[in-house]
Design a binder for this molecule. Structure first.
Ligand code: FES
Length: 107
């Protein structure tokens, strides 16, 4: 199973095995990763699943669609070029080793 690395607010890293087909947000919730709230449950309407993707991992992701792009303008922590909504990133074998950083705040 692919491993996803989450860098937490305290600087520590949690590495968890993710089920292919699940989102990076769902994987975080399943493993009690703190700092990813996901208030809308993954329907791309809350922006509380915001993460910063490791720059070197960005080429492995498909770019955000229009809806995600719009929501990223409303994140609680400042949007950066590597900002993504973790509910919109589906885990695949090709994403093994993906690293995302949890933002300072989601609300
Ligand atoms: S969980 Fe709400 S936008 Fe991702």
């Amino acid at each position: 199973m692919p491993t996803i690395h989450y860098i937490l607010k305290d600087g520590s890293t949690r590495s968890v095995e993710a089920k292919p087909g699940a989102s990076v947000m769902e994987t975080a919730i399943r493993h009690n990763i703190r700092g990813i709230d996901a208030e809308c449950g993954g329907s791309c309407s809350c922006a509380t699943c915001h993460v910063y993707v490791l720059e070197s991992d960005l080429p492995r992701l498909t770019p955000p669609d229009e809806m995600e792009d719009e929501l990223l303008d409303g994140t609680a922590s400042a949007r950066a070029p590597n900002s993504r909504l973790s509910c919109q990133i589906t885990v695949t074998a090709g994403l093994d080793g993906l690293t995302v950083r949890v933002p300072e705040t989601q609300v």
